[in-house]
Design a protein around this ligand. Sequence first.
Ligand code: GLU
Length: 379
Amino acid sequence: MAVFQRAKIKQARRIVVKVGTKILCGNKGQLNLQRMENLVDDLAALWEKGLDVILVSSGAIGAGVGRLGLARKPRTIPEKQAAAAVGQGILMQHYESFFSPRGITVAQVLLTREDINHRERYLNARHTLQALMRFRAVPIVNENDTVAVEEIRFGDNDTLAALVACLADADLLVLLTDLDGYYTVDPHQHENAQLIKEIAEITPEIETSAGGCGSDLATGGMETKIQAAKISMQAGIPLVIANGMKKGTLSALLQGDSVGTLFIPQEDRMQARKLWIAFGSPVQGRVVVDEGAAAALLKKGKSLLPSGVVSVEGNFSAGNVISIVDPSGKEIARGISNYTSSALQLIKGHKSREIKEILGYHDYDEIVHRDNLTLVING
Ligand code: GLU
């Protein structure tokens, strides 16, 4: 397994940068235009060097709150959606006014969870981003807050940014926030907080100490950044949490300077199809496999056969993504099932050659073929 070195960041050709509400908006939702312009300067410098740049920008709800003169972030979904509808246009108007004098065209891309969940829509979004890259436009992505109700929400832009990085085959994902990176404890509250420069594995300790959100209008905080890092690391995309309050952060990072916290990707780039299986698609069911099958998947990269399946949970169709768990209940892989859950109930524990006799048909030997299977590394 190739070990990722910080110096490799210099070779990044396509970068996704996410900027949080805390950087763009004050506590009452007033946009900080100076900071926005600094950010655009930094992004433009990368673009001028020939890099493909995708910006994931929060701040729609925040800016809407500011424009509507609301006392605080609305609590109800319709009000949040209304604030986003007001704020998203304002955001784009400012981005346009900062990017265009630099000769850069911007494009608004608003996504919901469903655009990622459904393979066809996922491919559509991917093709659109690719076309924008060919035009050398800078896509400015946000969640489509105006239509996204709970079931179809990403919920936070850190996760959205990680999925966009996968979608766009990015070489680097940078989450800009108001801190220098990931600290051992919250630096706002503890003087002895230490910045961690590099993280190669997300331990349960890192996950639990990552709480806290820190601003009235912001959504995520460190917790969602760690979730994003999990996706990104598994996808083979390095992720850096860095300070977006300071101008020049991005160029320093791209020069190979030791800026922020680098989350080292765990393996080489995962194929786009496998990425979608791992993160894009909703899981429709679960199969528990025996020790032998678990070892065959994990250690030998084999397909899942019916003989290794102990139990089947949920109702799923052939073609759905299912979760594969070991006897202790730990998820070890996800994959596209070749059989429906009811067929699987009948053939579980049996040899592939018995499928025909049991079901009356035999479409595949495997329940999940290894080409349609993604191991869960950090489960
Ligand atoms: N989509 C939200 C907005 O633009 C932000 C979500 C987040 O900050 O994570 O206001």
